[in-house]
Design a protein around this ligand. Structure first.
Ligand code: GLN
Length: 222
């Protein structure tokens, strides 16, 4: 395995799986689908795509993935969650459906379908300073929101990466990072801007290299 092309799974139970597979490949990862615990065990990191979080929750339990994903997150696996994926990473849900569970890991409260009916779906150019800091360019990020959640409250260890800039929802938090967990309310996989995926791939590569040096394995492999 090349440390520069980390193996990243896409949770392939429901939602826009194909778009993330393409974006990850183009962003320099080796993507694969994850539907079974054995497929999860084979990847360095995971993307939880957008879709419908209540369905993702039910299917994750039905496919025997809820516990394994939760455990891998606790053990330090990097995960990127987009939209419904952000919901799945939240420790706390506002307006969740009865009995809805999440994988958790992010010390945030996330409100489902937060933007209300009038602005259920919209696009906006967001300031996203972490992209510039990572050398990925200072340009604003085009973000597509589709019945999106927002981050209503975040614990002290959570870094805010982006907020809505204009309109009635101005100031609301729509992208966060906590350690190796990243979540966005929006869908970068459908706007053609690969920078969020590149940021995540770089994080995964760094985490994999750190893991290898900690276990004494060679830090660079062919
Ligand atoms: N509203 C959806 C949910 O609650 C998320 C929408 C999306 O992922 N585009 O899961």
């Amino acid at each position: 395995m090349s440390p520069d092309r980390p193996s990243i799974g896409v949770l392939a139970l429901q939602g826009d799986v194909a778009e993330h597979l393409v974006a990850l490949e183009r962003a320099g990862a080796r993507p694969s689908t994850v539907r079974r615990p054995a497929e999860l065990a084979a990847v360095d990191a995971l993307v939880v795509p957008g879709g419908e979080s209540t369905v993702l929750d039910k299917l994750a339990r039905a496919f025997g993935l809820h516990e394994p994903v939760t455990e891998r997150i606790r053990a330090g696996m990097p995960v990127y969650g987009s939209c419904a994926g952000m919901i799945m990473l939240a420790d706390r849900l506002v307006d969740g459906s009865e009995g809805q569970r999440t994988f958790g890991g992010l010390d945030v409260a996330v409100r489902r379908n937060a933007f209300g009916r009038q602005v259920e779906s919209f696009e906006e150019d967001l300031a996203f300073p972490a992209l510039g800091e990572a050398g990925l360019g200072e340009a604003p990020l085009r973000a597509a929101f589709i019945r999106a959640p927002w981050v209503e409250q975040a614990g002290p260890g959570v870094e805010v990466l982006a907020r809505v800039g204009t309109g009635p929802a101005a100031g609301t938090v729509v992208a966060v990072r906590q350690g190796v967990l990243v979540a966005t309310s929006f869908h970068p996989e459908i706007t053609g801007d690969l920078r969020v995926h590149r940021l995540f791939v770089a994080m995964v590569a760094r985490a994999a290299a750190a893991g290898r040096s900690a276990t004494g394995a060679p830090a660079v492999r062919g």
